[in-house]
Design a protein around this ligand. Structure first.
Ligand SMILES: *[C@@H]1O[C@H](CO)[C@@H](O)[C@H](O)[C@H]1NC(C)=O
Ligand SMILES: *[C@@H]1O[C@H](CO)[C@@H](O)[C@H](O)[C@H]1NC(C)=O
Ligand SMILES: *[C@@H]1O[C@H](CO)[C@@H](O)[C@H](O)[C@H]1NC(C)=O
Ligand SMILES: *[C@@H]1O[C@H](CO)[C@@H](O)[C@H](O)[C@H]1NC(C)=O
Ligand SMILES: *[C@@H]1O[C@H](CO)[C@@H](O)[C@H](O)[C@H]1NC(C)=O
Ligand SMILES: *[C@@H]1O[C@H](CO)[C@@H](O)[C@H](O)[C@H]1NC(C)=O
Ligand SMILES: *[C@@H]1O[C@H](CO)[C@@H](O)[C@H](O)[C@H]1NC(C)=O
Length: 670
């Protein structure tokens, strides 16, 4: 809906005006019917809000009244003169120009001649014989593009004349001609009392002086603050232009007109004005019936804005002794009732503009409901732990609640705590606490309840945990992690390596064992098995040390080969199976290089299609294979399985690289 001057516009039978998506479109504008103040109202079932106000003014420019020749202005050479334009009635910004004698000869502005865009007057600081002629003021309306011309004013030279400078009148007789210099005489409205300037506007100050010789104009700020670079001087300094006016540009300005006879100055103050801007606005609010509302809005602006409040587009007035209080930007309503629901607006206003902040007030009145926060149907808790049951119904006004265990009202005991917000806490739970729990909530509009069953589970234990280990590069291991838990619990396992969760890519939570094949140096570190159940979280960890060849033993740096340093032994070779039974195998091999430090022992590893890579295997004859031995009998083999064997030599420096694998050999059947 749109209103004009506060009256609703009836678009029904209007062929000139129509609305499109809320915008008002007016064709064939008419000065009498369409000028005024417009405001838009938006509304739906929840309320209505008003737009800020907009005004339509019609620009126009009347013709000059008298078309007769204006009386001549008599002036003496060297003297200053002012030709008044006297613009006809108008609305909208004007541009002034002067024609000299006949179109198209117009007066060009320079240090001697100036056309004030405030008054339209033409100023000639010092008249020269060439100035004699007819002067016509041209007025141009920038909005309507209308253009009107005054009748011409003849300028003639005379032999003696009065000069007016302020209240001073000086007679200059003709015979003083040669000495007819004059100190600058400031003209126009140059002693500005106070020029109000809006934030971000363009401010223009004009200053011109009559005088002989032609005075020079300069500007300064009496405060001594230099002009910022945005400030421009135009028309031989007669115009000072401040674009994008800001608060720091406000203050005193001084114009100085000077020639060799003396100087004259005019001062004025530019004051800063700004339309309101929000510092604090109101936001949509939901409140229960009978609660209180306090809304505050704040705006800055110069002058200080005043505030008003609208409810559904209507001005709110504070009633004496009533529930609604309004004080400047603050609105308070006590004991809200349903009829307070609606759209509210805070309006901050000064003479430069207004701003509107809108928000919805919802006053809620409803019976309790657990639909958004029911208790879990089944709650599990570890025996001995603390259980927290929350009772969080939606209710306006807030509900009063109580708890039941089975059919009995629950009372406070040493272990049972009932918090004021409805939360129930049971400490050190035991099997006896397993039951159905119900929270019942009530307000004046009704009652609601929610029920959950509490199940108490036995604590989970870890029955097999990984141990710290030393492993050689290339081997494979299993880190065990096994538990005993209450069958009612859902259990999941996860592993972390050096603080990072391991991503197994597949979801295998049945067993907690972690297998690592073909171990690399980068696999050394801390492994943590984490067991999560519905009610608890346990963990156990082990450190895995992976041994292998450091960089200085790599084939590229042949420090070991050159025996510059002692290194772990080189790989043994020619591992062969001499004899095999259903559970043992006799192996032989040849030694590798000792790399500068005698071999102290050997370790045997085995691999089958059923194991994860290479694993250390027990030997029986001998149990510990010393550095002089080149044979060993391995035991504990499985029957009818294809085995490969390899051997790793060791010296005081460490474990060396493994030998190549033996040929595949099958154990006998059992
Ligand atoms: C609206 O009010 C203004 C100011 O009072 C008045 O000039 C204008 O004519 C009014 N407009 C109409 C359409 O009545
Ligand atoms: C000024 O106008 C008058 C009357 O129109 C005319 O007689 C006179 O010659 C004009 N003067 C000049 C300098 O054009
Ligand atoms: C009047 O305004 C129009 C449009 O802004 C411009 O073209 C024209 O030159 C102006 N005339 C004068 C005398 O300033
Ligand atoms: C001069 O300024 C005063 C107020 O400061 C104003 O009322 C008056 O109209 C101005 N005169 C001219 C010619 O601009
Ligand atoms: C709400 O309060 C107003 C007075 O502020 C009263 O006129 C109205 O009847 C009340 N409405 C209800 C539903 O209580
Ligand atoms: C819970 O049990 C512990 C030890 O069994 C005891 O120290 C504590 O006081 C108990 N808490 C309550 C609230 O009974
Ligand atoms: C109830 O109060 C307790 C303690 O004051 C707090 O920890 C808990 O979060 C509150 N619960 C709800 C639902 O507000």
């Amino acid at each position: 809906r749109w209103s004009l001057n506060g009256t609703l516009i009836d678009l029904g039978s209007d062929y000139r005006r129509h609305m499109s998506g809320g915008s008002l479109i007016i064709r064939n504008l008419d000065k009498d019917q369409d000028s005024g103040m417009y405001q838009c109202t938006a509304f739906n079932t929840l309320g209505s809000i008003l737009s800020r106000r907009a005004s339509i003014h019609f620009a126009y420019l009347d013709s000059f009244k008298t078309q007769s020749v204006r009386s001549a202005v008599n002036v003496r050479e060297g003297q200053g003169v002012v030709l008044l334009c006297g613009a006809p009635p108008h609305s909208g910004e004007l541009i002034f120009a002067w024609i000299f004698n006949e179109y198209p000869y117009s007066v060009q502005q320079d240090s001697r001649r100036f056309i004030s865009q405030e008054t339209g007057s033409l100023y000639i600081a010092k008249v020269e014989p060439s100035d004699v002629g007819n002067y016509t003021c041209v007025v141009n309306n920038t909005v309507t593009k209308q253009k009107v011309l005054s009748s011409p004013t003849p300028l003639v030279l005379r032999s003696d004349v009065e000069i007016h400078c302020g209240s001073l009148t000086i007679m200059i007789p003709l015979f003083y001609r040669l000495a007819s210099t004059m100190r600058p005489c400031l003209i126009g409205n140059m002693s500005w009392n106070s020029v109000p300037a809006a934030k971000e506007s363009v401010v223009k100050l004009e200053c011109f002086a009559l005088g002989n010789p032609v005075p020079e104009i300069s500007w300064r700020r009496p405060s001594g603050v230099p002009f910022p670079s945005k400030v421009k001087m135009k028309n031989s300094n007669a115009v000072l232009e401040i674009p994008n006016f800001q608060q720091e540009d406000a203050g005193m300005y001084e114009c100085i007109a000077e020639n060799r006879r003396g100087k004259n100055a005019a001062r004025g103050r530019i004051s800063y004005h700004a339309k309101p801007q929000w510092l604090q606005t109101i936001t949509d609010t939901a409140r229960s019936i009978e609660e209180n509302l306090f809304w505050e809005c704040k705006a800055n602006g110069k002058p200080k804005p005043s505030y008003s409040w609208l409810k559904n587009g209507e001005q709110m007035v504070a009633e004496v002794m009533a529930r609604v209080e309004i004080e400047n930007g603050a609105l308070s309503i006590t004991a809200l009732n349903l009829s307070d629901s609606g759209m509210y607006q805070c309006v901050a206003e000064n003479k430069h503009g207004s701003v509107y902040s809108s928000a919805q007030l919802m006053v809620l009145a409803s019976a309790p409901s657990f639909s958004r926060s029911p208790l879990k149907a089944l709650l599990k808790a570890r025996s001995g732990s603390e259980v927290t049951l929350e009772c969080k119904p939606q209710a306006s006004p807030p509900a009063i609640s109580l708890w039941k265990k089975g059919n009995e009202i629950l009372l406070r005991t040493e272990r049972i705590t009932l918090l004021p917000n409805g939360t129930l806490k049971i400490a050190n739970v035991t099997k006896q606490d397993a039951a159905s729990y119900t929270c019942i909530a009530k307000n004046q509009f009704g009652t609601a309840s929610t029920t959950g069953k509490l199940l108490i589970t036995e604590p989970t234990r870890i029955t097999m945990r990984p141990t710290n280990m030393e492993i050689i590069v290339g081997e494979s291991i299993v880190l065990p992690c096994q538990i005993a838990s209450d069958p009612a619990l859902d259990v999941s396992f996860s592993w972390a390596f050096n603080g990072q969760l391991i991503d197994f890519q597949r979801d295998d939570t049945v067993s907690g064992d972690l297998m690592i094949r073909n171990i690399q140096l980068s696999h050394g570190g801390k492994y943590v098995c984490v067991v999560d159940t519905d009610v608890e979280s346990l963990s156990t960890s082990a450190i895995l040390v992976v041994k292998g060849s450091p960089w200085w033993m790599s084939p590229e740096s042949n420090f070991c080969q050159l025996q510059l340093i002692s290194c772990p032994p080189g790989p043994p070779d020619k591992v062969s199976v001499e004899e095999i039974t259903d559970s043992t195998a006799q192996l032989s091999w040849t030694p590798g290089r000792d790399n500068g430090s005698p071999i102290t022992g050997y370790i045997v590893q085995a691999r089958t299609p059923f194991t994860v890579g290479w694993q250390v295997i027990d030997t029986a004859v001998p149990e510990v294979v010393n550095g002089n031995m080149l044979t060993a009998t391995v035991v504990g083999l499985n029957a009818w399985v294809e085995y490969e064997f390899r051997v790793v030599a060791q010296n005081v420096v460490g474990l060396g690289e493994p030998s190549p694998a033996s040929a595949k050999t099958r154990t006998e059947d059992a």
